[in-house]
Design a binder for this molecule. Structure first.
Ligand code: MG
Length: 159
């Protein structure tokens, strides 16, 4: 049985934080604010995977007031989500992610992000699509106040 899930996340851009996106650190004068490393791309992907399996959401599994997740590398959260899916007899199919950011330009970093996520999930890089867009200077992403990410994922239940 094939199942689909979607995820969405936003984090605020602030001074004094590193910018982690798709499991890589991107050179920029601002970073995303959050309890974890605030990797908004991975968080949206985790929620898409959890949604596909009907296993609640990332905040349910990794509460943002739990000290064990403070500053955590979101690749570890993704690995835990995959572990949860495997426990429920699901296999990863593919994922498609769109990141909305006015700045910095993300396109040069996409192959490295695909590589990181594929390693973490244990799938071919071809199964992870990442797309970057601006929002034409409109809204909170367009004003550079934050970065948003949308993800869809397919998983398959082993018979
Ligand atoms: Mg988040």
């Amino acid at each position: 049985m094939i199942r689909i899930g979607m995820g969405f996340d936003v984090h605020r851009l602030v001074e004094g934080r590193d910018l982690w996106l798709g499991g890589i650190k991107i050179p920029y004068h601002l970073g995303l604010l959050g309890h974890s490393d605030a990797d908004v791309l991975i968080h949206a992907l985790c929620d898409a995977l959890l949604g596909a399996a009907n296993l609640r959401d990332i905040g349910y599994h990794f509460p943002d007031n739990d000290p064990q997740y403070k500053g955590i590398d979101s690749r570890r959260l993704l690995a835990q989500v995959m572990h949860l899916l495997h426990e429920h007899s699901y296999e990863f199919g593919n994922a498609d992610v769109t990141v909305c950011a006015e700045q910095p330009k993300l396109n040069p970093h996409i192959p490295a992000m695909q590589d990181q996520l594929a390693r973490c999930i244990g799938c071919p890089t071809d199964c992870i699509s990442i797309k970057a867009t601006t929002t034409e200077r409109l809204g909170y992403t367009g004003r550079g106040e934050g970065i948003a990410a949308y993800a869809v994922a397919l998983i398959e239940k082993k018979s």
